[in-house]
Design a protein around this ligand. Structure first.
Ligand code: HEM
Length: 512
């Protein structure tokens, strides 16, 4: 009996010692693996504000400069917000491809939260949510598929024709054109017609529906404005910069207009005895008819989705066109070369069409070169780590904001020869593509969160640019010469030209 008791005690002791050993070793190994992967290096931090003092007016430039010292995966502490800045194609590949799933969260800004947009938005919902997957699928299949783009081809051509007519009238009066404003109205109307078959903008300010075009611009400005609450969430309720208040006012105004269009569609639907020809349906028609197994889509959801498309799509496209024209006016030989190519392909009295763009490799290279030097979203739309993840040997902790500095990568001399020169030739005969496969050049992002509007954006910018170059010669107003044209930028959610580009159009041919 004693022997049995002794053996049992011996076994119990062995089990106890073994368990302690296992607990000790697993805890140790977890601790060492967390320690073994260091956090990314970064500049020294001040108490409370961390590195906010280093952000400056041009964060894309300040961070590109800092990354020369701290490397392509750099840590910053912005108030209480852990931030990692990515500044090389290799590191971008890790974020946008290798760890795309973990790094596809978003950190909604204070102004976005003020209207609860983060719970209903394709742009701000985390990619892990079922609703994001539904919106993504709907936008890819019903807005930007090749079939849908083909269906809106004539409408888009018509909107560009209206732009050319407007510029032609300015040319008759020998007046300069505000390129950004004119192209913004064109892109706004292209998007509003795709969404609900109506114009929202007008070249004549008085006709703009309830000032919608200015309100869309205000929304973009307020989302991109500095806000202490983005760094110190506890300050949200104080609304120190007034961003929450401005955002609410703008959104009330916009949603009232969207609601008017949606209600009119509902009324039309209920009064129709025969169902409408589905091939004529726009995006909002399709959303109103949506019957999915997974989820319902209500009117409020539609308003938020429509808001996403206007804010993500209009300003980015028009700003790219403005930068392209500014670069061409600064580089007249490049402008002449692009015009010669268009004239050769279109002939004397034609009209540039969507299908012509594939025959214009130099124009395509001009558009790519513009995206390289002036990416619409210099940090993409900031990502957020959904869990701890290792990037090029450094640990990026859960909830860290991740900024991919595509502006910095586009101007890195170790990646691009003569990086600050506008040389479209660098893209000729090269396979470098902007569809998120070449990590030195990702103006639309990459991976699961790549811009879904990319096909529409590239078509719209290319068609507007080709049409402006085909129909007009361009000069700077008030005797300004190319070298004097400033290229100052204002940082926001999109990167704007600080001083809007004004240029004088001179008709090259008869415009109908
Ligand atoms: C020159 C024009 C444009 C540029 C430079 C641009 C750029 C971008 C970038 C960088 C992102 C974030 C990608 C990422 O996180 O990896 C994005 C997202 C997005 N863009 Fe665009 N975009 C443009 C035009 C458009 C247009 C025309 C639309 C729609 C009408 C659009 C709709 C969206 C939406 C809905 C998202 C959010 C996607 C998501 O988070 O899942 N964009 N865009």
């Amino acid at each position: 009996m004693d022997i049995i008791l002794g053996q049992a005690l011996f076994l119990l002791c062995c089990c106890f010692i073994l368990s302690c050993f296992l607990i000790f070793t697993t805890t140790r190994s977890r601790q060492t693996s967390r320690k073994a992967t260091a956090l990314p290096p970064g500049p020294p931090r001040l108490p409370i504000i961390g590195n906010i003092h280093l952000v400056g007016k041009h964060p894309h430039r300040s961070f590109a400069e800092l990354s020369k010292t701290y490397g392509p995966v750099m840590s910053l502490k912005l108030g209480s917000l852990n931030t990692v800045v990515i500044s090389s194609p290799q590191a971008a590949r890790e974020v946008l491809r290798t760890h795309d799933q973990i790094l596809s969260g978003r950190s909604p800004t204070n102004s976005i939260r003020s209207i609860n947009h983060q719970d209903a938005s394709l742009v701000w919902l985390p990619a892990s949510s079922a609703r994001w997957r539904l919106y993504r699928r709907l936008s890819v299949t019903q807005l930007f598929s090749p079939q849908r783009l083909e269906a809106t081809k004539a409408m888009r051509a018509n909107k560009v024709k209206e732009l050319v007519s407007f510029i032609s009238e300015s040319s008759d009066r020998e007046e300069s054109v505000d390129i950004s404003r004119a192209s913004f109205i064109t892109t706004l109307n292209i998007i509003s017609n795709i969404l609900f078959s109506a114009d929202l903008g007008s070249y004549n300010t008085k006709d703009s529906i309830n000032g919608v075009q200015d309100t869309v611009i205000s929304v973009m400005e307020v989302v991109g404005k500095p806000d202490a609450a983005n760094y110190f969430p506890l300050l949200r309720f104080l609304d120190l910069q007034g961003n929450r208040k401005t955002m609410k006012v703008c959104i009330e105004r916009l949603f009232r207009v969207f609601r008017g269009f949606i209600d009119a569609k509902i009324a039309e639907k209920s009064s129709q005895s025969n169902p409408k020809d589905v091939s004529k349906n726009d995006f909002v028609d399709n959303l109103l008819n949506y019957k999915g197994d997974e989820a319902e889509i209500n009117i409020s959801d539609i308003e938020h989705l429509v808001l996403d498309m206007f804010t993500a799509g209009s300003d980015t496209s028009s700003s790219t066109l403005e930068w392209a024209m500014a670069e061409l006016l600064r580089n007249p030989k490049t402008m002449v070369k692009a015009q010669a190519e268009i004239d050769r392909v279109i002939g004397q009295n034609g009209i540039v069409e969507d299908s012509d763009i594939s025959e214009l490799p130099y124009l395509q290279a001009v558009v790519k070169e513009t995206f390289r030097l002036h990416p619409g979203a210099p940090f993409l739309v900031p990502r957020k780590a959904e869990s701890d993840v290792e990037i090029l040997g450094f640990m990026v902790l859960k909830d860290t904001q991740v900024l991919v500095n595509v502006w910095g990568i586009g101007r890195d001399p170790s990646v691009w020869e003569n990086p600050t020169r506008f040389e479209p030739e660098r893209f000729l005969g090269k396979e470098i593509d902007l569809r998120g496969r070449d990590y030195e050049f990702t103006p639309f992002g990459a991976g699961r969160r790549i811009c879904p509007g990319l096909p529409l954006a590239v078509k719209t910018v290319s068609l507007m640019l080709a049409s402006l170059l085909y129909s007009f010669d361009w000069k700077l107003p008030n005797g300004l010469v190319s070298e004097d044209l400033d290229m100052d930028e204002t940082f926001g959610i999109t990167l704007h030209k600080t001083n809007p580009l004004h240029a004088v159009p001179v008709k090259k041919r008869v415009i109908n």
